[in-house]
Design a protein around this ligand. Structure first.
Ligand code: IFL
Length: 451
């Protein structure tokens, strides 16, 4: 389908300096969320993902079985926006229908960040013990993947019913993106097993860093042998670094802070790539630091926000501004660009939240208007190009005019960018912005205020 046809058109960009315009933007985001939710409610209720062009549905993370992924991802966003009837409806569905005893295989990483995290943030919002119990049941089904490895690094896939494992060849993100969810669960249940497993995996990966302090992006989880030479701050390593910081931020774990600092020092020494006024982080050989290619993955655009959180705001700002230039060129970001000239190397757009995530994190730290402007542009371009008949859709090509949409809406859309947009414009009393903690999937595990 061609985007723009039939979609609501935006006629002007609202200056974000003006309070009324910010309020209007927040209201607009809220009303888009409600519209998308109603479509999901009507056409794909209880399914994992709605197909936004046809109104059909598709399952994820299981192949042939639905777990209500979208509604679980959406819950804390609905709650923050004060869409309380919708929130209650979702919680009721979970209580009546959600059952993880399914003979099917899931990604351990995706299941933890999306489903365990989504249930925990909904529990944080309303305190319902059933949500916590469901999160525990699911985490119990993921834990064997950690325990099966002599070095504590999980296999990539596990069968939810039988515990059968697959995928020993894994990577930093799928090794180390567990500690906030598992740590929260351990605290809430008074059972340290979850936190300890997540921490062991983080440390085990860290101990395998090269002499110059970098991690490669593929490893055997049973032997600890590296399977690649490429160090990157993009996928599949990105959220490993994010969760080192988060282990400190959310749980006060000093080892995580020390590991974050060690990894960051190595990255800042070997990976910055300056071109004109732009700052990228290159993909390099993990033992020599030698540059490998010039590709920059959109998922890496979260990194400027993380650097600012971790105490390197100037470098972080430079990187986020570089990605904001890419946004100025394309409107909606392509999946990857060439750092030499910002040419799109992968022209698709998977409704990605990372640039909005980074800008939001900068704004929480320094309150500058420029971050709100980046987020506003992100939102307006998405509304213009990604809005389809039944919801928001990926783009098959961000360079065509009009843009071409694909019939897919990822679960993270409900948990991430809609929340960042709303939070940056709304100033809602439901959130203590100074305490706010957001997971890699945008799930709030600290800082919600019940009315
Ligand atoms: O699942 C999302 C999350 O932000 C993540 N990686 C990619 C997704 C969004 O692009 O950690």
């Amino acid at each position: 389908m061609l985007a723009g046809a039939g979609a609501a058109t935006i006629t002007a960009k609202a200056p974000v300096r003006n309070k009324h315009n910010r309020r209007a933007l927040a209201e607009d985001v809220r009303s888009e969320m409600r519209w998308a939710w109603r479509n999901y409610r009507e056409h794909a209720w209880g399914k994992d993902q709605i197909r936004p062009i046809s109104g059909g549905n598709e399952s994820f993370p299981l192949k042939n079985h639905h777990l209500g992924l979208t509604l679980i991802e959406a819950l804390d966003t609905l709650w923050i926006m004060g869409l309380d009837d919708e929130f209650r409806d979702g919680v009721e569905w979970i209580k009546a229908n959600l059952d993880f005893d399914v003979d099917g295989e899931v990604s351990v990483f995706e299941t933890s960040i999306r489903l365990v995290g989504g249930l925990l943030s909904a529990h944080h919002a309303c305190g319902d013990p059933v949500l916590l119990a469901k999160a525990k049941d699911l985490a119990d089904r993921l834990l064997p993947s950690f325990n099966a490895s002599p070095i504590g690094i999980p296999h990539r896939f596990i069968n939810l019913k039988t515990g059968a494992l697959r995928g020993p060849e894994t990577n930093p993100a799928e090794t180390g993106t567990f500690i906030p969810e598992f740590g929260f669960l351990s605290r809430a249940r008074g059972d340290d097993r979850y936190r300890a497993a997540a921490k062991r995996a983080l440390v085990s990966m860290f101990e395998r860093r090269s002499k110059i302090g970098l991690l490669a992006d593929s490893i055997d989880c049973m032997t600890g042998e590296w399977k690649s030479r490429r160090a990157t701050i993009g996928p599949p390593s990105d959220s490993y670094y994010e969760y080192l910081w988060d282990g400190w931020d959310l749980l006060g774990d000093r080892d995580c802070l020390a590991m974050y600092r060690t990894c960051t020092a190595a990255i800042l020494k070997h990976q910055p790539l300056r071109r004109g006024g732009d700052l990228w982080f290159g993909n390099v050989d993990f033992e020599t630091g030698k540059p490998l290619d010039t590709e920059q993955d959109e998922l890496g655009s979260f990194y400027g926000g993380l650097l600012a959180q971790g105490g390197n705001p100037a470098v972080g700002r430079a990187h986020t501004r570089t990605w904001a230039k890419v946004q100025k060129r394309y409107g909606v970001l392509p999946e990857s660009v060439d750092s030499r000239d910002m040419a799109a190397l992968s022209k698709t757009n998977d409704l990605r939240p990372e640039l909005a995530d980074a800008a939001f994190n900068h704004w929480l730290i320094d309150g500058r208007e420029e971050w709100r402007e980046i987020v506003r542009d992100h939102y307006l371009a998405m509304k213009r190009w990604n809005r389809a008949r039944y919801g928001y859709a990926d783009l098959a090509d961000v360079t065509s005019n009009p843009r071409i949409q694909s019939d897919h809406c990822p679960g993270y859309w409900w948990s991430e960018q809609m929340k960042y947009y709303y939070l940056i414009f709304a100033n809602t009393p439901r959130v203590d912005y100074r305490k706010l903690y957001l997971s890699t999937e945008g799930n709030v595990l600290r800082g919600l205020r019940r009315p």
